[in-house]
Design a protein around this ligand. Structure first.
Ligand SMILES: [Zn+2]
Ligand SMILES: [Zn+2]
Length: 346
């Protein structure tokens, strides 16, 4: 049996443990049992748990996005918004494992053993890739983990505060002091819940920051790499094409109606093979930028005048780099210029 399903079962057990033991052994007695206040507080907690579990189920079970069979890059560049190219030779992106071209923003996942549309990352906790069709489910899941954990932690802290507040009143303190199973589950859940809130909270902040710019985890690494190339003057400038503005970026992931962003819903825009670009950009936009000296006409290095110390690769250096490089799936690729690329897609 593979490890992936076991991790998912472990996550389910953790959710069940925190959700049930806090209510049965801590909150029920502390909040007064069959009282209106207790019912309202536990009712709210169970609604959060229900939404958390349903979004977890959707994140695990929804196919993140399969590349349509026989998909090919458009033959006429004037009809597309973004042309994504191999980062080291400007050729069309191709997966030799799946034996098919890769649409924009898709990547090969070695765990899923296939290409995934708008792949963000492979998440072991859901035993699934986070991609085009389940990105919203995954984001809602971690949001509900944060809210439910904070809600649960708040009432556990109130329980601890009550013990502290009556520490000088011997009779009351004796009644309020947690004993036996309550004490055990209070300590265990305080530790577990704090850890979950901390770790998933950091993950949520990171993914919120990604959605602000409409990037994925993989694209963020790509942008960092291109920024370095801009600083080294290998690429003249960088314009990330998919950033549409904060609200539009969130709509792409969580749905068109902001009031329903936290409500589970299917991905409703596009087909996952083409994505809108910023209104200030003139299509087609090449991504990564094509101005790289690595695959444009190379400049012969000179050691005179203003060029001293500048990074102008010689022809032989360029050939060595492109021949020796590998793509994201570790396949060596031949040099492909713009002309050859057009021929490949015809
Ligand atoms: Zn693939
Ligand atoms: Zn995967």
């Amino acid at each position: 049996m593979k490890l992936g399903p076991l991790v998912v079962i472990g996550v389910c057990l953790l959710i069940a443990f925190i959700g049930l033991t806090t209510q049965i052994f801590i909150f029920w007695k502390f909040l007064g049992g069959f009282t209106l206040e207790c019912m309202a507080i536990l009712g709210g907690f169970n609604i959060l748990l229900g939404l958390l579990c349903y979004n977890f189920y959707l994140a695990c079970s929804t196919d993140p996005g399969e590349v349509p069979p026989y998909w090919e890059p458009p033959k006429d560049p004037s009809k597309v918004l973004v042309i994504e190219v191999k980062k080291n030779n400007a050729g069309p992106r191709y997966c030799r494992t799946c034996k098919q071209f890769k649409p924009p923003r898709s990547h090969h996942c070695s765990s899923c053993e296939r290409c995934v549309l708008k792949m963000d990352h492979h998440c072991p906790w859901i035993n699934n890739c986070v991609g085009y069709s389940n990105h919203g489910h995954f984001f809602r899941f971690i949001i509900y983990v944060d809210i439910a954990s904070a809600y649960c932690l708040f009432f556990m802290c109130r329980r601890v505060w009550l013990i502290y507040a009556f520490r000088h009143d011997y009779n009351l303190y004796y009644q309020l002091e947690p004993k036996g199973t309550e004490l055990l589950f209070l300590i265990l859940n305080l530790i577990l819940d704090t850890l979950v809130l901390l770790l998933v909270g950091i993950l949520t902040i990171y993914h919120t920051w990604l959605i602000f710019d409409n990037t994925t985890t993989i694209e963020t690494m790509e942008i960092d790499r291109i920024r370095k190339m801009v600083r080294r003057r290998i690429v003249s400038d960088m314009e990330y094409p998919y950033d549409l503005g904060i609200i539009a970026n969130f709509k792409q992931i969580l749905g068109p109606n902001p009031w329903l962003w936290l409500w589970p819903q299917k991905m409703s825009y596009g087909g996952g093979t083409e994505f809108p670009i910023g209104s200030h950009l003139q299509p087609p936009v090449y991504w990564p930028p094509l101005q790289s000296t690595e695959y444009e006409t190379p400049t012969v290095c000179t050691s005179s005048g203003n060029d001293v110390g500048r990074r102008h690769p010689t022809l032989s250096q360029t050939q060595h780099r492109t021949r020796g490089r590998q793509d994201a799936e570790a396949y060596a690729l031949p040099t492909i210029n713009s002309l050859v690329r057009e021929q490949m897609t015809q």
